[in-house]
Design a binder for this molecule. Structure first.
Ligand SMILES: [Zn+2]
Length: 432
């Protein structure tokens, strides 16, 4: 057995869901993480962990902070290059900004370049696991999986399917979508750290036949995930109601085709009804909350309290390029800010922000046995943060009077410039 590694730093992780359990946050000021064969063997104070394995090689990161790798529960890889097209609402933004760029993914050279930059950017922001919308084109979606495998990240993704509403180059026939999905599943699902997600873009762009095809795929292959969008903007919701007159609400469309449940993650749900929330909770369907996107596109303020009260699982997603960047700490801060101005907002303390950006995403993806926190037995997926010397964050951290203050400061001021090293299964996937 190879020699264990002991990482000495200030440590934070959530052992459980802090919305439900007091004391879920574990913090160790002079802490240590013991890693053996890519798994976490122990976590605790440096003194305790050192005694447990005096032979471990010590990596001295004192003065730095180690967190679990971030989990981004909703992001679009083809939109990396169009971050920041501000001033539009959802349907205009799709038409003018997002969809023209998504059409460029027909060029495999362009797609491959974007995929590599995208995966590299996830890692450089400390994200180790992500649920990613692929491309409408199979080769471009394969390019993302290839880039993710080369970089070593945990990526769950799939071909985006649509057969109406969108410009012609982004539409597939149902037969073609079925064949392409089947091929991609065979090539990438459960290969290394990759998983496949059936990905209807949203109800508006998919016919009933296409949704039925998605249901068929889920039935034909073990362990697939499902991702889509729901209840993002009033105009979109009205159009969905027109297209599916038999559906009592937006969620009912996905329900009819078996696309909800514990392996499904639906983004946004800004305009949710009480009935939808009750059914999401009953089926264990997760919602990806994307606060920078909701604000940038003017979609609205996420009703977090109603989701929590109903018992719906919620994780954070950046929703690039509707969102404003790949940083999960920034996304956490935006969630906090929007809840502060919401009429019935939930105060998101540091433990809750850390949970929403790590363990909650792992739970939504059915990967909580593997990643999401630093509990012994899990994969050694973590990020080492140390703000640039002389930066404001550096100053604030030195001045923090306790661990929760330090963690809150990190979410307030931290970004990619503070990410020094990122590991997945104990292997380095990024060094800054
Ligand atoms: Zn999205």
């Amino acid at each position: 057995m190879s020699r264990a590694q002991l990482f000495r730093a200030t440590l934070f992780h959530t052992r459980a869901n802090p919305f439900r359990e007091a004391g879920a946050l574990q913090s160790e000021d002079d802490g240590a993480l013991l890693v053996r064969e890519g798994r976490i063997a122990a976590i605790g104070s440096y003194e305790t962990v050192r005694r447990a394995d005096p032979d471990a090689a010590v990596i001295d990161w004192r003065g730095g902070i180690v967190l679990p790798g971030f989990v981004d529960a909703h992001v679009h890889y083809p939109q990396l290059r169009i971050i920041g097209r501000l001033g539009r609402s959802l349907l205009d933004w799709l038409e003018q900004a997002a969809l023209p760029e998504e059409a460029r993914m027909a060029d495999i050279g362009y797609a491959t370049g974007t995929a590599r930059r995208f995966v590299g950017a996830l890692a450089s922001h400390g994200t180790t696991t992500a649920l990613v919308f692929g491309s409408h084109f199979a080769p471009a979606t394969a390019a993302l999986f290839d880039a993710a495998a080369a970089a070593g990240l945990r990526i769950v993704s799939g071909l985006v399917v649509s057969d109406r509403f969108l410009p012609a180059p982004l539409r597939q026939t149902v037969d073609r979508a079925y064949a392409d999905n089947t091929d991609l599943i065979r090539r990438f699902h459960q290969r290394g750290r990759l998983l496949y997600a059936v990905t209807p873009r949203f109800a508006l762009s998919t016919s009933e036949a296409m949704l039925e095809m998605c249901q068929t795929l889920v039935g034909e292959h073990e362990g697939l995930r499902v991702q889509s969008h729901i209840n993002e903007h009033h105009d979109e919701i009205r159009k969905v109601a027109e297209e599916f007159p038999w559906a009592k609400d937006y969620l009912a469309v996905y329900e009819r085709y078996g696309l909800t449940g514990a392996r499904s993650v639906l983004a946004h749900n800004v305009q949710a009804t009480d009935s939808e929330l009750a059914r999401l909770a009953a089926t264990g369907t997760s919602i990806a909350h994307c606060p920078t996107s909701n604000a940038a596109l003017g979609s609205g303020i996420f009703p977090l309290r109603r989701h929590l009260d109903a018992g719906v699982r919620v994780a954070l997603g950046t929703d690039v390029g509707g969102g404003t960047g790949l940083g999960m700490m920034k996304e956490g801060l935006q969630a906090y800010l929007m809840q502060r101005v919401a009429a019935d907002g939930v105060v998101l303390d540091a433990a809750r922000l850390l949970y929403l950006s790590t363990l909650a995403g792992a739970e939504a993806l059915g990967l909580a046995d593997e990643t999401g926190n630093l509990c012994p037995g899990k994969a050694a997926d973590f990020v080492y943060l140390r703000p640039p010397e002389g930066s404001v964050l550096d100053l604030v951290l030195q001045h923090a009077s306790g661990p929760e203050e330090a963690l809150a400061a990190l979410f307030t001021l931290g970004g990619a410039e503070s990410v020094r090293e990122v590991r997945v299964d104990g292997s380095v996937v990024y060094q800054g």
